[in-house]
Design a protein around this ligand. Sequence first.
Ligand code: NAD
Length: 486
Amino acid sequence: MSVQRPHIEPGRLFIGGEWRDAESKERRDVVDPSTGRVVTTVAEADGADVAAAVAAAREAFDAGPWPRTPARERARVLHRVADLVRERADEIAAVESLDVGKPVSLSRAVDVETVAETYEYYSALAQSIDGATREIPLPSHAYTRREPIGVVGAITPFNFPLILSTSKFAPALAAGNTIVHKPADETPLSALLMAEILADAGVPAGVVNVVTGSGPVLGEALLRHPGVDKIAFTGSTRVGRLAASTAGEQLKPVTMELGGNAPHIVFEDADVGKAIGAIIKAFVFNTGQFCMGGPRLLVHRSLYDTTLGILADAVPAVPVGDPFDPATVVGPMAGERHVENVERFVKAAVEDGGRVVVGGERMELNGGYYYKPTVIAGLDNDARTVQEEIFGPVLTVQPFDTEEEAITLANSTPYGLAAGLQTSDLARAHRVAARLDAGIVWVNDWAMLDPAVPFGGVKQSGYGRESGPEALQAYTRTKSVVISLA
Ligand code: NAD
C-alpha cells in the first residue's frame, strides 16, 4: 500500500530564529517530480534577504551564546537534534521524497537515518575539539587552540538535500560556528523542516538561517558577502569553479565537494553473480543522481559477455515507479532538465557507436520525470558518455585485459570522487585501491558510507573532506598562544 503524500504548507525564510517572507514578497513553485505538479511554494529570497541572514548569523557568532557554550552543552543539543529526527523520521522522509522524487523507503532508511547518525556522531566528537601544548625553549610556554571559524555559508545540491546539509551543519555546529544555508533551488523543503527541528532542539536564534530561491542570485550574494567567513559548497564542478574563484577574491576558505564519474572495476577473480547487486546499486541508487555513483563499469574481458548478459536480465527487473510505493527502488529524476540531460548523453552514446543493451528511453508514469535504467556497451574510452558526468541511471560497460589497463581506464577522466572494485584477491584489493584517483574506494560493495568515514574529491571532484573527524578541521582554525615565562 502506498504511503500518503504529505501536505506541505507554503515555506518562508528562517532568519534570526523567525519565519519571514522574502523582502520582495516573491515566491517560487516546488514541484513533485513524480507527477510534475506544483505541491507548494517557498519564499524567493534575494540579496537583501541574504544580507539579513548573514547579519543574524554574524550577531549570533560575535555576541550570541553558541560559540561560547561549553562543548558538552553543544553536544547535548546535537544529540537532541538526532532524537527529534528519529521521532519525526516518517514525516521528514515523506517531505524529502516529495521534493526529490526518491523512494520513500530509501529516504527513511538512508537519508533520515544518516542525518540522525551524523548528529549523534558529531555530538560525541564535539567534546574532542582541543588544542595541544608545544615544547619550545624556555622561558616560554606555547599551546594551540582550535576555534570556530565564524559564519559558514552552506550551499547544497538537489540530490541529497538532507544528508549534504547535515554533513556541513553537524561538524560546523559542533565546533561553535553559525550558518547561512542556501539549499538547491529545486529541493528546498527539508532544509526548512530541519531549521524547525534544530530550533526545537535548542539551537539558539540566528545560529542557523535558511534562505530559499535562485542558485546564482543567492549563491553569489553569499559568496561575496564580507560577513561570511567560510564557504562549504557541494554541487557541480562547473558551479564549484565559479564559487571557488568568487570566494577566493576575499580569500575565504572553501570546501568543494564536486562532481564525480566513478569507475567500478570487475576483475577476473570476482564472483559476478555476487557482485551484480553492487554493480546495479552503483548506477541506479538515487536514480543515478549520486555524485559517488558508479556509472563506468570496467569488466575483465573474460567476464564481459557474461556480465552484459546478467545485466540485460537483471536491470529491467529493478522496480521503477512511484516514490510513495514502498516497493519502489528507483523513482523519477528530480526534474525535467535532468531527464533531458540524460537523453542528450544517451543520444551522444549512440552517435559515438554505443549499443543500448537495456533502457535508453523515458518511462511514462503519472506525468513524472522517469527514465529507464540504461546499460550501454561498445563505447570507446574517449566517448563523451564515458568521460563526462551523466548524473542519471546510465551505465557504460567497457572491457579490459590487464590490471594495469583497468587502472589506466579508471583514472582516465577528469574526476576523482569515488571508485570501486570487485575481486576475491586481497592483495589486489589493497594494491589497486592505493592507485585509484579517488577520495574513497569501495571493495566488493558500493556506497558503504558512514558519518565516521571521510569522503571528498581529488582532481576536478574538489577538495576538503566531509564526515569523520576530518570534517571538524574544516570548521575550526588553529590559534597559537605563546606566553613569556620570563
Ligand atoms: P549545481 O552546481 O547546479 O548547484 C549546487 C548548488 O549551487 C545549488 O544550491 C545551486 O542553487 C547553487 N548555485 C547555482 N548556481 C550558483 C552560482 N552561480 N553561485 C553559487 N551557487 C550557485 O549542482 P546540482 O545540480 O544541484 O547537483 C548536482 C551536482 O552536484 C553533480 O555534479 C554532483 O556530482 C554534485 N554533487 C557532489 C557531491 C559531493 O559530495 N562531491 C554530492 C552531491 C552532489
